[in-house]
Design a protein around this ligand. Structure first.
Ligand code: NAP
Length: 510
């Protein structure tokens, strides 16, 4: 029986030290943290390596080695002449490098003797003819093909997966940049020869490379296989989203064969549509669900269409959860509003229907406020919207039958419940608060911010004797609801909560 291709996908750590000693030390570190292979970037060495340098680097190397000596015009740092560059690689091959990387364009007669990785790089864009380039590389005598290109949209990263499906020989196909990160994580699912992962964030040799520890611990590398279901979060920015951590931890705790990846999509309906179209053309990706965050929640609703979205999501005008059905259709939901309402009701130990008639002040009139105002109005609370730009407060309040006032009117208003939906107090501006003092009539303060876990507003509320509700509860609730929609199972809430608390530097719930 042949080994499934994903089992042979190597975790390759690029070594970018400036001395041979540093590179050799990093090789040991890479082995210790679970790398399968290293790429020695000889062009990063402070001076061209001598034969003795290469001997020190390669003899008895603890891991398999790719020797690369990338010229400046291919995105590398080698500024010497071409003959010397290739001579260094020939020596590396003789001294035992397992693979030698040779760029497209180097004549076959000049290839060193050894196993060749034939590579094509484009640091500016995704070439329109990338599939043809891949096919021509597949037909050369090299042992491995490598294609690396800059992705503008995660749709470009899906081309890397097309390449892995069409190429017959071992292939590395990677979309560079933040929009391409999913191609690096999913390389194992599609049986790539390898993926590149760094020892630390400051040791990237190409944009978008994750750290090896993130690949293993955050993205469940060792659990990814050919049948792994794929999920992701669409947003911009998305690099600091907690969603991959919370969902991957939940999949692991539930023993599910699934992985969750970040998808950076530039603002705008067109960019959103480009990715969704590309995704739907590829049912073999096993893509099952998407979380959607700023600035794409309205685009998700427009793309899916009102008929396939739940009523309150349509009323709110935002979809944060997409399910891809086996027949290729899409379903849209909003888990934000119920997440917020449940966080509030659980803390107050009341039912949603008990919100009827209660005076609720909502600070802010953006996306989060909109979901919360719609839900409060749905449960017949008496809502007043306070906002820096009063016209936006008016528009939102009038749409849902509430009242409105400028933000500075909130401290003197007799609201039983106050909900902050502005970013005032969010990390790193942790000393800010939307209110100078807590209004005397207020009994409950809910801050939708979850970083930091306790905002200045919540500290003020606690000192004033109010019940406080943190944005963490809302964040965990919306992710747990997504998990349940996608998997049909109860979400492992404690695990999900603890992973966020840990990432934010707080203490676990016992
Ligand atoms: P948004 O659409 O950009 O709206 C931001 C709102 O805050 C607007 O009403 C804006 O007022 C107001 N605002 C912004 N800066 C302000 C300032 N310096 N002073 C006074 N008001 C200011 O953002 P969003 O999506 O609603 O998110 C708002 C917050 O909700 C986020 O920061 C996040 O912490 C929180 N949130 C939490 C969760 C969760 O799961 N816990 C989920 C979503 C959001 P103008 O209209 O005058 O611009």
């Amino acid at each position: 029986m042949t080994t499934p291709r994903h089992r042979t996908t190597k975790l390759i750590v690029p070594l970018t030290g400036q001395t041979v000693g540093q590179m050799r030390q990093d090789m040991d570190r890479a082995k210790a943290i679970g790398a399968d292979m290293v790429e020695c970037r000889l062009d990063y060495l402070a001076k061209p390596p001598t034969q003795e340098d290469l001997r020190q680097l390669l003899i008895d190397a603890p891991l398999a080695v790719i020797a690369t000596n990338r010229p400046a015009h291919e995105g590398g740092r080698w500024n010497g002449d071409e003959a010397s560059r290739l001579a260094v690689l020939a020596q590396a091959a003789e001294l035992g490098a397992d693979y030698v990387d040779i760029e497209v364009g180097v004549p076959r007669a000049q290839w060193p003797h050894g196993q060749i990785i034939h590579s094509h790089h484009d640091f500016k864009e995704t070439p329109k003819d990338i599939l043809q380039i891949a096919a021509s590389l597949d037909a050369t005598g090299a042992a491995v093909s490598k294609l690396a290109f800059l992705a503008e949209n995660p749709a470009d990263a899906l081309l890397a997966m097309d390449i892995l499906r069409i190429c017959r020989k071992p292939t590395l196909a990677l979309a560079m940049g933040e929009a391409g990160v999913c191609s690096r994580i999913l390389a194992r699912k599609f049986g790539a020869m390898g993926t590149f992962a760094t020892l630390s964030n400051d040791q990237q040799s190409a944009p978008g490379q994750p750290t090896l520890s993130d690949l293993k611990e955050l993205y469940r590398w060792d659990a990814i296989g050919a049948h792994t279901a794929v999920y992701g979060v669409i947003g911009c920015p998305v690099a600091h989203s907690m969603s991959p951590a919370i969902h991957n931890a939940a999949f692991a705790a539930a023993g599910l064969d699934a992985v969750y990846v970040p998808l950076r999509i530039e603002p705008g309906q067109d960019a959103f549509n480009t990715f969704l179209d590309a995704l739907r053309q590829r049912p073999w990706l096993d893509w099952r669900g998407l979380s959607v965050t700023i600035p794409h929640k309205e685009h998700a609703l427009a793309y899916i269409g009102q008929a396939s979205c739940e009523d309150l999501a349509v009323q709110i005008g935002a979809v944060n959860t997409i399910t891809l059905e086996p027949d290729g259709s899409l379903r849209g939901k909003n888990t934000d509003y119920s997440a917020a309402i449940d966080a509030l009701c659980q803390a107050m130990r009341i039912d949603r229907t008990d919100l009827a008639g209660r005076a609720c002040g909502v600070l802010g009139a953006g996306g989060a406020a909109r979901a919360i105002v719609a839900a409060l109005a749905h449960y017949e609370a008496k809502v007043t919207v306070y906002n820096r730009t009063p016209e936006r407060a008016q528009l939102l309040a009038e749409e849902f039958g509430g009242r409105w006032a400028p933000l500075d009117a909130a401290p003197s208003a007799p609201n039983e419940i106050l909900i902050n939906c502005t970013p005032l107090g969010m990390s790193p501006q942790v000393e800010q608060s939307p209110l100078e003092s807590i209004p005397p009539a207020t009994r409950v303060v809910f801050d939708t911010i979850y970083n930091p876990l306790e905002t200045r507003l919540l500290r003020q509320a606690r000192s004033a004797g109010c019940l406080t509700v943190s944005g963490l509860d809302m964040f965990v609730n919306q992710a747990a609801a997504q998990f349940e929609i996608w998997t049909g199972r109860a979400a492992p809430r404690k695990v999900m909560r603890n992973v966020v608390v840990k990432r934010l530097g707080g203490r676990d719930t016992p």
